[in-house]
Design a binder for this molecule. Structure first.
Ligand code: PLP
Length: 360
């Protein structure tokens, strides 16, 4: 069996040891005679799976006790609506930083429910940088301040958090959760779709400060109310059982094989350095993002010639480096090097790029 190196932005690679363990446990989970997919979510054995996943996430991220962890569905895209429905309940105002398509979509959804303000944008240069923020332009009585922490499509990341004072900071962590340590206490809400760094699509992780729960607008659908899920341990209805199980295995991999988020960060920095160093010295390829705002997870790059880009993507695919085509709004290439991408995958990709350059 030969596995490819998958540079997809999502769904993306999972650690091989996780896939092997899931395969081993597929037909008979721990001697219970059934797969995790088949068991009741209310059974004792499933209870041990979801509880371990939450406990491991809390431990790995250092989530304070006054935060709830919710395992939801609907993707990060549903959070674009859930956040305003639950939080835009005081002044009815919220600030957004527009750093790419996901931030734009979050802003559009927020605008449907209240007075959403775009305090800054990097649309002028195809979102190739993180705009400098001036706190004097922030809405003082906003109900929250929203950022997209890592911009999956454009390859930028907030390396410094906005100073929002008492206004809760809400952040879309879909493409960077668990990639490095984070001070959860700086945030009101962190949310992420699972399919980039956590497991299969279908699970959405929400980490929310308790005082932000219970203030949803009356019109909020029951399933869109954080309180519903907080009060029921994410078991108001059937949770995404199997995705939570795989997420639990990924968390065990981070704990036992990687050694936590400090080690994960070092590993991710080393991987990104190999790719960015090559891009900075290449005569054929160049990165599209300003250096100080580069993401550790998503690296867009171009040759400057669309035909050459297409030729490269095709040749790379044939050599076992798949999903390197860039997002249609940027063109060129994008290598997503999430947690599960081994260093070996990045080194082999760079060796392939060197070779391609030498023969171009
Ligand atoms: C992938 C992604 C989304 C969309 O996630 P869904 O789970 O498909 O709704 C939103 N935000 C960011 C930053 C993403 O990378």
């Amino acid at each position: 069996m030969s596995r490819v190196y998958n540079f997809s932005a999502g769904p993306s690679m999972l650690p091989e040891s996780v896939l092997k363990r899931a395969a081993d446990e597929m037909l008979d989970y721990h001697g219970c005679g059934q797969s995790v997919m088949e068991m009741s979510h209310r059974s004792k054995i499933y209870g041990s799976i979801i509880e371990a996943a939450e406990a491991d996430l809390r431990q790995i991220m250092g989530i304070p006790d006054n935060y709830k962890v919710l395992f939801l569905q609907g993707g990060a895209s549903s959070q674009f609506a859930m956040v305003p429905l639950n939080l835009m309940n005081g002044s009815g105002k919220a600030d957004y930083v527009i750093t790419g398509q996901w931030a734009k979509k979050a802003f559009a959804e927020g605008s449907r429910y209240g007075e959403a303000k775009a305090v800054a944008s990097s649309a002028d240069k195809t979102f190739s940088y993180i705009p400098k923020l001036d706190p004097s332009t922030f809405t003082k009585d906003a109900d929250y301040f929203h950022i997209c922490m890592n911009n999956t499509i454009y390859g930028t990341k907030f390396h410094q958090l906005p100073e929002t004072g008492d206004v809760p900071l809400v952040a879309d962590f879909s493409s960077c959760i668990l990639s490095e340590p984070v001070d959860v206490s700086k945030f009101g809400v962190i949310y992420a779709g699972a399919q980039k760094n956590c497991g299969p699509a279908g699970l959405t992780i929400v980490i929310i400060r308790e005082d932000l729960i219970g203030k949803a607008r009356d019109i909020t659908p029951t399933m869109f109310n954080y309180q519903t899920h907080a009060d029921n341990g994410s078991m108001f209805n059937t949770p995404p059982c199997y995705a939570i199980y795989i997420f639990g295995l990924v968390l065990q991999w981070i704990k036992d094989e990687i050694g936590g988020l400090d080690a994960m960060k070092a590993r991710n920095e080393a991987k990104a350095a190999v790719l960015y160093d090559f891009l900075d010295n290449s005569k054929l390829f160049r990165g599209t993002v300003v250096k100080e705002d580069r993401s550790l997870m998503n690296a867009p790059f171009v040759t400057g010639d669309a035909d050459m880009d297409a030729k490269f993507v095709k040749a790379a695919e044939a050599a076992g480096f798949v999903n390197l085509k860039g997002h249609r709004s940027v063109g060129g290439m994008r290598a997503s090097i999430y947690n599960a991408m081994p260093m070996e995958g990045v080194e082999k990709l760079v060796a392939f790029m060197k070779d391609f350059e030498a023969n171009a």
